[in-house]
Design a protein around this ligand. Sequence first.
Ligand code: PLP
Length: 391
Amino acid sequence: MPIADRMIARVAAFAVIKDMFEEGRRLKAEFGPDNVYDFSLGNPDVPPPEEFRRILREMTAADGLDHGYAPVTGHFHVREALAGRLQEEQGIAIPPDLILMTVGAAGALNDILRALMNPGEEFVTPAPYFLGYENYAFLADVALVSAPTDARFHLDVAAIEKALTFKTRVVLINSPNNPSGAVYSPAELKALGDLLQRASARFGKRIYLVSDEPYRRIVYDVAVPAVFTAYPHSIVVNSFSKELSLAGERIGYLAVHPDADDAAQILAAAAAINSMSVVNAPGLFQQAAARVLGAAVDVSSYRRRRDLMAAALDDAGYQFTLPEGAFYLFPKSPIADDVRFTQILKEERILVSPGRAFGSPGCFRISYAVPEAVITGSREGFRRALQKAQG
Ligand code: PLP
C-alpha cells in the first residue's frame, strides 16, 4: 500500500464526501442545475460587504504592495485592531501578543489542539458538532469524545461532566453551532465555566475551553455571549470565512484569555505550530479584513432564507428547532436511519447531509446558503420524501 496505514480509513471517509459531491454533479448534468436542490455545502453565497471590496481594490491598486512573508503571529497592526474588537465582544482587554492570525478557523483549531494536547488525550465536544473536528482530532492524534445536547441542541452541562475523564484536556464548543444553529446562553456558559473549574481541581490538571465562533455575526435576534467572562482558561477561535464571505481566502485567528494558566506559553506553542505547518496567515487578506472589522455580510438575506426553509419544512410536517444563528437547519429524520432518509431525499433530487456525519444520527443537515429559488423549488420534494419515508 503506497500510503500510510493510518491514512487508509481517512481517505475512505473523504471518498464518501467526494462521492456525494460527484453525485450532485451527476444529477445536475442529468436533470439540469435548476432541477437539483443542493443543500449539502456550507459555502457562504452572499457577496462580501461593499466596503471590503472597495478596500481590497484600493490595496491592490497601490504601488509597493508587500508580498513577502508576514510575521508568524500576523501583522502587529492587524492584531492590535483585533484586540479592540475582541475587547468589545469579550468584555476584557486582550493584549495583541495573545492573538495569533491563522489560516481560517480550521488553522486556528489545528494549532490550538496541537499546542494544548498530548497524543492520546481527549477533547469533549457537544454533539452535533462540525465534522472537521474529527479531522483535527486525527491530525493531533487525540480523541474526540462527544456529549449529547438537550432537545433544543443547547448545552447539557451534566452530560459534559459525565464525559470528562483524567484524559480530558480541552472542551471544544461551537456557538452559533454548525449544524444546529443553537447559540448558547450566558447562563449555559457560566455553568460550563463553573464545571471546568471544579473538574480541573478534581483531576489536578487544567482543562481549557476552546470556543469556535466563526458564525458569531450571523445571528437572528440573539447576541453571542462572551466565553472569556465565563471561564478565564479559554481560547476564542474565529475567522472571516462567514462574516465577510471570505471562506476561500483563509483568514482566521485565535485569542488566549490573558488570565489563562500559561497564556503566553500557549500562544507561543500555537504560533510555533502555525509556523511549522503554514508559516503565516495570508498577508494581504489579514490586512484587508482588519480594515473592515465592523462590517459583516447582509444577514437579512440568510434570515429570509431561514424563514422560507422553516416554513417549507413546517408545511411538510418535519420536526425541527428554529436556528438562532449560522445558516443551517438540523431537522429530525422521519425514520431512525438518517442515511437512508438522505437517499429518499436524493430520489427527489434534494441533497442534504446525514446527522451521523455530525455525531447525531437521526437528524439531517440542510445548508440554506442557497438561492431562494432552490428552497421554493424543493418544497414538494421534501413533502413527498416525508410521505414516502412514513408510508
Ligand atoms: N468551525 C466551524 C463550526 C465551521 O463550520 C467551519 C467551516 O465551515 C470551520 C470551523 C472552519 O472555518 P474556516 O473556513 O474559517 O477555516
